[in-house]
Design a protein around this ligand. Structure first.
Ligand code: APR
Length: 243
């Protein structure tokens, strides 16, 4: 049902266990393009068509050009009010976990520490052949090579059809089975397994809340929905973060 901010704020008691799932919508106000809709276009390509292993295998230079463009763009972005409010929420609620699908690193930059980046990070690179992996914020060449074995490096993100990093899903599921309040913020809810998290939490007794710019396919399955910009709604919920 449609909720008001006070109703959701009342749920966020420091004694409760809270899990928040975020998607591209929380970074939209920082200037990071979302994945779907008009924003998800780069040149003539849909982001969804490039963030895939088969696209990288067929056209690694094009996929790296896309990621280097995103890295440069995100390097110029700052955490917004939604990121800052979630970092503050973590400080107020001892039993808190933030799970993000975003790869931009802005939650960490905002100060979130109880954070799982389930789709990896734009700032990680790893070898397509050996185990070399590193954090790297530098400008990369069009086809970066592994310093250990000389093969092609790839972005350290999880692409469509790829499994999550071992342990990440296990941790998320364990938390979702034992949570009082689940917030889904700024995600279209179209990509699994994150799209099922609200159902898992609800099946285990959590109150579920959607905060999104517009209704999504999950809206009707949530206990509460708040529609509007995350950067306005979240600061209203966390004492001391509204401007
Ligand atoms: N406040 C709240 N929500 C917003 C805002 C905002 N300011 N701006 C946009 N949104 C909402 C949109 O309405 C949309 O529902 O954010 C959602 C963004 O959806 P997607 O672009 O589909 O992004 P996301 O859900 O994070 O995608 C999930 O899919 O492409 C893969 O791996 C990629 O992590 C990504 C995953």
């Amino acid at each position: 049902m449609q909720a008001n901010i006070e109703m959701v704020k009342a749920l966020l008691d420091p004694g409760r266990k809270v899990v928040v799932l975020t998607g591209a919508g929380v970074s939209a106000e920082s200037g990071v393009p979302t994945f779907r809709g008009q924003d998800g276009l780069w040149k003539t390509h849909r982001a969804e068509d490039l963030a895939r292993p088969d696209a990288f295998a067929a056209r690694p230079e094009l996929v790296w050009e896309f990621y280097n463009w995103r890295r440069t763009l995100v390097a110029g972005c700052e955490p917004g009010p939604a990121h800052l409010a979630l970092a503050a929420m973590e400080r107020l609620i001892p039993n808190f976990l933030l799970i993000t699908q975003n790869v931009d690193g802005l939650h960490g930059q905002a100060g979130s520490r109880k954070l799982v980046e389930m789709h990896g990070s734009l700032w990680q690179v790893r070898c397509t052949v050996c185990t070399h992996a590193r954090e790297d914020r530098s400008a990369l060449p069009p086809l970066p090579e592994c310093p250990v074995c000389g093969h092609l490096l790839r972005p350290g993100v999880v692409w469509f059809g790829e499994p999550l990093t071992p342990g990440v899903l296990r941790l998320a599921v364990a938390q979702l089975r034992d949570v009082d309040v689940f917030l889904s913020v700024g995600t279209s809810g179209l990509v699994q397994p994150a799209a099922s998290f609200h159902q898992l939490a609800r099946d285990h007794g959590a109150v579920t809340v959607e905060i999104n710019a517009e209704p999504t396919p999950s809206t009707g399955l949530m206990d509460f929905a708040l529609h509007g910009p995350a950067g306005v709604i979240l600061p209203e919920m966390v004492p001391g973060t509204a401007s």
